[in-house]
Design a protein around this ligand. Structure first.
Ligand SMILES: [Zn+2]
Length: 290
């Protein structure tokens, strides 16, 4: 009897998943990746950080594995956090906690002078437009399709110099107005912009801040966004292959000059696009290069 109890205790104590975490020490604005090996009797459901849930999905290229992305909001303070993993074991819902350390991304500050009307938009109509565009985008990012369109590595939307990195604190006309939410590429008006991976076009629109905007859904809560375009060459609901031309770069919306602003949303959270692309290519999409 005694032996049985000890064995039971040991087995539950030693029980752990076959889990690999890309980074347990992660900067605000970056993404970490949890990769699970599928096991009989175990079903991984979601990660929870604070009030946000992030679903566990099938790995698109490896049927023996599942994964979840853990995007760390830019506004998360540097400290130890607890990530809860919810899973089903033999039909019972269980939760396991894992500690991660959020570190300070040490982002730079950037001062920008723009037309005053774009900083403090005046007028009811403009404010209504901004609010409508914001809520429309948020409802898109909140959707995560089970299907994943990814079959090969992400590429950058153009080959050009990066003129502004993700995360720079932005001070417009001496007022702190958040942070730079994407990566800017130098691009004279009319430069082709390509889709960084396969997906479905979910938004094609001229917006107040981001100007000519295209958003692509890659499935499983992953979206890429392309701003300030001068011409659209895709339509909403269009299916895309990686590298398809979305449109031409421009200087529409809130800009000081022509460029491409490229951004990424994961599970509704805005993240560093270049770190995300590197992470996905290294851990999930490394198997196949098309
Ligand atoms: Zn930008």
């Amino acid at each position: 009897m005694k032996i049985f109890i000890i064995l039971f205790f040991l087995s539950s104590f030693l029980f752990s998943f076959n889990l690999e975490i890309s980074d347990k020490n992660i900067a605000n604005g970056a993404t970490s990746l949890f990769e699970f090996k599928k096991e009989k009797g175990l079903e991984y459901k979601k990660l929870t950080l604070g009030k946000r849930d992030f679903k566990v999905y099938n790995n698109p290229l490896d049927t023996t594995k599942m994964y979840a992305l853990l995007p760390i909001s830019y506004y998360t303070k540097a400290k130890q956090e607890s990530v809860k993993i919810t899973y089903l074991k033999d039909g019972n819902t269980l939760v396991k906690s894992i500690k991660i350390d959020v570190k300070d991304g040490n982002y730079k500050k950037e001062k920008i002078q723009v037309r005053k009307s774009k900083v403090n938009p005046k007028g009811k109509k403009t404010n209504e437009r901004i609010s409508k565009e914001y809520h429309e985008a948020m409802s898109i990012y909140a959707q995560s399709t089970k299907k994943n369109y990814l079959s090969s590595k992400f590429i950058l939307p153009m080959q050009s110099f990066i003129t502004s990195d993700f995360g720079k604190a932005r001070v417009y006309n001496d007022t702190l107005k958040g942070y730079h939410s994407g990566t800017d590429f130098r691009a004279k008006v009319g430069t082709p912009i390509i889709s960084s991976n396969a997906g479905i076009v979910v938004l094609v629109k001229h917006r107040f801040y981001s100007g000519g905007t295209v958003i692509v859904n890659h499935g499983q809560g992953i979206y890429t966004c392309y701003y300030h375009m001068s011409k659209f060459l895709v339509e909403k609901n269009q299916k895309l292959q990686k590298g398809d031309v979305l449109g031409l770069s421009g200087k529409s919306g809130r800009v000081t000059g022509p460029h491409l602003h490229f951004s990424v949303r994961v599970g509704g959270v805005q993240v560093d696009p270049l770190q995300f692309v590197e992470l996905m290519n290294k851990y999930i999409l490394e198997k196949k290069e098309l």
